[in-house]
Design a protein around this ligand. Sequence first.
Ligand SMILES: [Zn+2]
Length: 624
Amino acid sequence: MTGTTLKPDVQVQGPAWDLSDEYPAVTAGEVDADLQALDDLLDRIAAINPRLSAHGETLETLAVADAGDTISSACEVFTLAEQSNRLLGNLSVFASCLLSVDAEDDEAQVLQGRLLGYRKRVAELLQPSQQFLDRASDAVVDAYLDNPTVSASAFSVRHDRQRRHERLTLAEENLIAGLSQDAIHAWGRLYTQLSGTLNCEVMVGNEVQILGIAQASGLMQKPDQRLRHAAWQGINAAWETHQETCAAAINAIAGWRLETVDKRSARQAVHFLDAPLHVNKIRRATLDTLLAVCEASAPVARRAALAMARAGGREKLGPWDLRAPAPQFSSSGEAMPFDEALRLIAEAYAQVHPEMGDFVNMVAERRWIEGTVTHRKRPGAYCTRFPKSRNPRVYMTYTGSSSDVITLAHELGHAFHSWVMRDLPECQRSYGMSLAETASTFGETTVRDALLTRAPDAASRFDIMWEEMAALPTFMLNIPARFSFEKTFYERRAERPLRPNELKEMMAQAWNEWYADSMSEPDPMFWASKLHFYISGLSFYNFPYLFGYLFSTGVYLKRDDFEGDFYSSYVALLRDTGRMTAEQLASEHLQVSLDKPAFWEETIASLESRVARFEAVVAEITEG
Ligand SMILES: [Zn+2]
């Protein structure tokens, strides 16, 4: 089949994956053997820990000359911990793979339950070595990192230690951690509880239905604009009846963070953005530049939103349209068989470099993709990897739509990222959210462009471009609006808690600032309806999305700047994602400075040409 519009088709599905080279079955002796080996490793860590904790409160003043035994104990624990995590990770991935395909797999449930206990034990057993790495002096930690068995962890150890000036005494830290469970985290749990049990009234057709929030929120992905609007109204009305509760929660969560930031500022002023920036390995100057460029380029994203609205026969989008599916312009269409999708992806990947095409074929041949259609499967798509064999797996439900083809390309991008890192030590493999989508966006864009070149008409091109265009207002308007709101909120919360009306006003203002004339009205209750503001473990869970989106798009665009040698730079960049900051990575492998506007401006300029192409397609199908 060559490029008719792709539609889901029940006849089409992907293959089942093969997990048997990891474990023959969840009840197999190999699973018990790994659990036994894990027990042994953890017992050994427990036996070493007393030596590691011997200096307790005096770790800070421990001299290198007296640290020999502590250092060698820490090195032993590091090695044992890597081995334990490999086994624990392997068993966890196995259990969750089985549960994705069949959520009611009792034996996999039992295994997952057992692993919970192991995870808790590992976390407790690693406390003393964590204390050592946090609290010992630079000289002692340098002496520790000189040891060849641990030297690979130097980047992550030194990065974690950058916020040492924030540390309180051990007793104070323990007190804060202990109290946080029934304070900041309790407010987060209250919100989750509320959003899980809250009902709302939605006009569906001619009748009012009582729906849960998640159910109603699902309606906002339906093609019917009136239904989406009704769902949005129902959800917001429900949140309004609980606005005092939500305001109490969001004020308490921010208040707790501001209070701890204040207590941690004795040695050096701490800002509420320090923690989220540090976790994402981005500097403040980079974030400021990124946001400034984004603000200046907001009209580009607004044009995408306006073209999407026109395609739906309206002048502007409403807040209920943000996750709307593409309006349908073509009636005929066939699903793309899985093998054909795979061939297309392999060919598109191979145009970047033959090794990338070979990788896609290898993944298929070794049966690492789960794409069947069954009613017991969990929704969604992901890529994971088994730490023992280091082999990836891709999970999705493949029905042959163009969005499935793009999802497959996206997840294979993640798999490729994992594959090029396979020989690296575990401690160099974990990268933050800001870099996690680099290879997936790359894979996705490569394949979307390949799909576009073979699309026979404007209607098919429109289908393929829809999600790419929807990303612009999401990442470049909605995410910055969330950031603006949260930052202003923290600044004002430092004075006093804010009333629900003030929160609504601030949110409406942030929406108006960013969306301007591209949105029919703001979403004032967004501060209550958006879960991300209530995640007690993480603040500012917004800017990493924007960074990741533009960074990965920028990497894709660099493809043309490198002439023949892009591939080796690309692989080198992916391999360093777990051992460099975002700024180091960009300067080392792309020769760009992320705290200067040029990289971001060029990236957005190229997005603008894609918006212009989309506008032309919309004009063609709506006028034609
Ligand atoms: Zn992804």
